[in-house]
Design a protein around this ligand. Sequence first.
Ligand code: SAH
Length: 248
Amino acid sequence: MDIPRIFNITESAHRIHNPFTPEKFATLGEALRLEPGTSVLDLGSGSGEMLCTWARDYGITGTGVDRSQLFSKQAKLRAEELGVADQVQFIHDDAAGFVTEGKVGVAACVGATWIGGGIAGTIELLSESLSTDGIILIGEPYWRQLPPTEDIAKGCFANSISDYLTLPKLLATVGDLGFDVVEMVLADQDCWDRYEAAKWLTMRRWLEENPDDELTNEVREQLSSEPERYATYTREYMGWGVFALMAR
Ligand code: SAH
């Protein structure tokens, strides 16, 4: 079981597989006023940076579930590197339907809400693991500016404008689902650069080392076109943030 190999190539050097920086995750951890010993579930935990740094900085314990074999391995290595391997565990598995045995204080899905079939389904899934008064974290893109045409939405790799909401609409939607938005930390364009531009050097190095791979042409094509596409579309039109929710 794994995610499409192209992501394991282009994001192999990323610690955070989202337009978030270490500083933003630290800000979020602080904003949530995490108490030492708080248990955190993270569906689509990637390379484990959120859980590992929060274990180091705020004394949380955590479980991460991720479908990428490479990212799950990197998460375990990161936990050892930061000296928190006894506080966090990483499971290489499909997170769809994953529910913890005991209830957790924070249940997160940061940039992978397809796991629950969208925002509503993911909130429902996370709620099954959550203690009363626990906090749900959802990391999700939104339109920073509404694209004036469908072509611009496609340039952002959306299927259509209706794939995403504006920030006010996204916050209202969560309210309609019966949740208070109790905190949020938003990415800015520099954060987006750390996610997107960081892929380019990784791709360039990978191409030098893998001239005859079956994905060589695809990676070459991406490296040639991505900087201009990203600067034209995603960087201008897409926002991204993590939203902290509590049931009303
Ligand atoms: N939350 C992490 C990773 C976000 S990227 C971070 O902020 O760094 C999305 C992650 O979801 C990737 O690591 C990918 O491997 C994982 N993923 C995709 N589909 C999944 C599934 N069905 N179950 C578990 N993880 C999944």
